[in-house]
Ligand binder design. Structure first.
Ligand code: GLN
Length: 455
């Protein structure tokens, strides 16, 4: 099958299914066909080989693509067409992937349900009354609905892993610094990472291998030589040491999810892994610390959206300050405003030490707790989220409830570690359950190996 045929089939699928699921904000049909033609020529001339040559892929709409609308699912960027492309997307293009469009998300990646998008919510293809998770809900649902074989998402506190779990697909949040953040619209800069979502571990490892290269345009990008992730795709976990954090399996966790995760531990044990329970610690402090740090960084990062240089500008105003105020009042949604207010508060003088500095100390202690665990274990196995996909609307009225759902994913970002989420069963309503495997810094190979052996 030719690249053009594959691209056309993919775009047809999007057109058919996306009316119902709303996974995409932009479908770049013209651009995709143009890329397909060029890639075909390069394949025919032998210039381009490799696993992604001619593969259609979708990109979360917080990654810039030159000439393509990039909205972050916000009204304030509803007219923003960047003049450059994010580094991860450049690397995909160089590998011959065809970028077919930009996927829906929670506004500025703040949320866990993809309901806060200015472009309407994405629906979970398994049950359209349920959310797909978030914030990379469009990417996860697009893969689940087979609109695309794979997609990129971003993960600040779980936004790749949790939607992957809710939609029954696989996703990897790499170690902080592994993938360049250049061209990713910043939310919590010290936590944000780009990563793949796909049908299986092999596809995720293949994409990750391509996008994780050192990039001097991102000062936090780390130069590494150990990104041959596909070499970890072997069905062998003999002697692998796996830790099950006891403090993850407490009351708040749905018993069906607990059973499913323990089943994963059993399977890996049968294959020769050494599984042990242990106390990770610090679990109850992760959510408050995360929401203080992420909101603080967000309040600073979002200062640039003021109606002056780009993006939406209010229609009528009296002076410059009135223009800022009206633009931002009209341009941002409720959840984004909530975070800006929280972040501005915790960074203000008098409160900075009490909240922000304290949260940074908690962050350091969480990292220490993981360091201690990784002295004993190769991977940590646990749930991705306390529940399966929520019903639409459930958490919109109760943001705290939504924040609490991030308990198993946010500590991993605070510690900068790699995590994979993959399907491990279904609940009584037939909704997918995900399992999370966390590795030590830059040890993506361990989680890929264990995930592949279980899958
Ligand atoms: N749900 C978390 C938040 O709202 C995580 C989002 C993310 O990873 N982008 O901040």
């Amino acid at each position: 099958i030719s690249v053009m045929e594959a691209t056309k089939a993919c775009i047809e699928n999007i057109k058919t299914y996306d009316k119902e699921y709303n996974c995409f904000i932009t479908v770049d049909e013209e651009g995709a066909f143009k890329q397909a033609e060029e890639i075909q020529k390069k394949i025919d001339s032998g210039e381009l080989t490799g696993p992604l040559a001619g593969v259609p892929i979708a990109i979360k709409d917080n990654m810039c693509q030159n000439g393509v609308l990039t909205t972050c699912a916000s009204k304030i960027l509803s007219n923003f067409v960047p003049t450059y492309t994010s580094d991860a997307v450049v690397k995909l293009m160089e590998a011959g992937a065809v970028i077919v469009g930009k996927t829906n998300m929670d506004e500025f990646a703040m949320g866990s349900t993809t309901e806060t998008s200015y472009y309407g919510e994405t629906k979970n293809p398994w049950d359209t009354n349920k959310v797909p998770g978030g914030s990379s809900g469009g990417s996860a649902a697009a893969v689940a609905a087979e609109e695309v074989p794979c997609a990129l998402g971003s993960d600040t506190g779980g936004s790749i892993r949790q939607p992957a779990a809710f939609c029954g697909v696989t996703g990897i949040k790499p170690t902080y610094g592994r993938v360049s953040r250049y061209g990713l619209v910043a939310y919590g800069s010290s936590l944000d990472q780009i990563g793949p979502l796909a049908k299986n571990v092999t596809d995720c490892a293949t994409i990750l291998e391509i996008i994780s290269r050192y990039d001097k345009k991102d000062s936090t990008s780390v130069e590494r030589t150990d990104n041959d992730f596909t070499s970890a795709l072997k069905d062998d976990v003999k002697g692998m040491r796996i830790g099950l954090p006891k403090d993850y399996f407490t009351e708040g966790l749905d018993p069906e999810i607990k059973d499913a995760v323990y089943h994963v531990a059993e399977v890996l044990k049968e294959k020769g892994a050494i599984v042990e329970e242990f106390d990770l610690g610090m679990v109850e402090y992760a959510i408050p610390a995360y929401y203080i740090i992420a909101s603080a960084e967000a309040s600073s990062n979002l200062e640039r959206f003021d109606g002056v240089k780009y993006g939406y500008r209010t229609a009528e105003y009296t002076d410059l300050h009135n223009m800022y105020k009206k633009t931002r009042s009209e341009g941002f949604g409720a959840e984004v405003k909530r975070r800006i207010m929280l972040g501005s508060f915790t960074l203000s003088s008098g409160y900075y030490d009490a909240y922000y500095v304290k949260a940074l100390k908690v962050k350091a202690l969480i990292k220490q707790a993981y360091d201690k665990a990784f002295a004993k274990y190769d991977i940590i196995l646990g749930p991705v989220a306390p529940t399966t996909a929520l019903t639409m609307g459930e958490s919109l009225s109760d943001p705290i409830k939504m924040y609490l759902g991030d308990v198993y994913t946010v500590p991993v970002n605070l510690a900068g570690l790699p995590g994979i989420s993959l399907p491990c069963g279904y609940d009584k309503d037939g909704m997918p359950i995900g399992v999370q495997m966390v590795g030590d810094a830059f040890n993506e190979k361990a989680i890929i190996q264990a995930a592949y052996a279980f899958e």
